[in-house]
Design a protein around this ligand. Sequence first.
Ligand code: LMR
Length: 398
Amino acid sequence: MFSHVEPYAGDPILGLMDKHKQDPRADKVNLGVGVYFDNDGKLPVLNCVQKAEAQIANPPKPRPYLPMDGLPGYRAACQNLLFGKDAQVLKDKRVATTATIGGSGALKVGADFIHAWFPQAKCYVSDPTWANHIGIFEGSGFAVGKYPYYDAATNGIKFDELIAFLNTLQAHDVVLLHPCCHNPTGVDLTQAQWDQVLEVVKAKNLLAFMDIAYQGFGEDMDADVYAIRKAVDMGLLFFVSNSFSKNLSLYGERVGGLSVVCKDEAQAKAVQGQLQFNIRRIYSSPPSHGGHVVDIVMNDDALFNEWVQEVYVMRDRIKDMRQKLRDSLEAKLPGRSFEYITKQNGMFSYTGLTPEQVARIIKDFGIYMVANGRISVAGLNASNIDYVANAMAEVLKD
Ligand code: LMR
């Protein structure tokens, strides 16, 4: 029956978690998956989440199905964070928002919607991008191309090429953008560059799909959504997928959201209905526990403020690790600059390590990272940073 089924090579990121787990070496380090670990190497349970969970548990609550598009307070939380609590676009009820199964679920629901209503559209992702962007859009039936982005020569952005490329696209083509903390490079557009990119998106009538999984890990909660709010100001109609996996440390709860900025309330209602229709056909309704946690934390002023501070503690620890890694590498390899490590934003650093160097650092040192040279800086801590810097210097020195 299944003799024709081909083996699966495994996921380039999630597969590393198993390999790391199976490695018997005591000094192994997990810099693979984009997960924040604290300075003790532990996955934190945020205080605000613990307080929300105490409310949920006591007294015990029944678990009915949630609405197809999630709890109203959850949807409002996504909207307020992304667009700003007092945003006119929200007062005008122009945004359709649904809870989704993580950011991946938001991408899938959005990609299915776009492919159904804009069947001619192609999708373009940054070169490079998170590998699953390509997988999800191809899975929804898109032909996926790449737009110029990372410039290895400068550790910056091929900005002129990017603009020239966007100008060649057709109306309604989808351009997948990372509003902050670009995955995998950590290299973000400046606000002035965003303005120019969005001008082209507008002029060519492209469909921007902004995927934000790291709000709060870049500069701050508001600066990280500059591109989203600017697009609203410019009158663009577009998609946003967001995730609470990292900033609430709720990875396994699968808490994400999809928002679509529409022309008016009637359009938003129609889009909302079609998103519900898609969700019903894929998984019916979102999970309940994480949904309630998000709803409680985001809609209680004290818990919300506590949450923001907890995110900034995570952000600042990552920045500190960046500085220490840079200083250590520059001390070990005099004459070489590792400035790029402290210039990049968010959880990831694109180290420039070749696939061969990555294979060696995994084999010889048990330091797990993605084959493209991406490390999750959030996996570094006081106990392993010297070990990692030594190993990186060792594989980089030849
Ligand atoms: C990552 O890029 O490591 C994270 O977004 C986790 C994932 O699902 O790949």
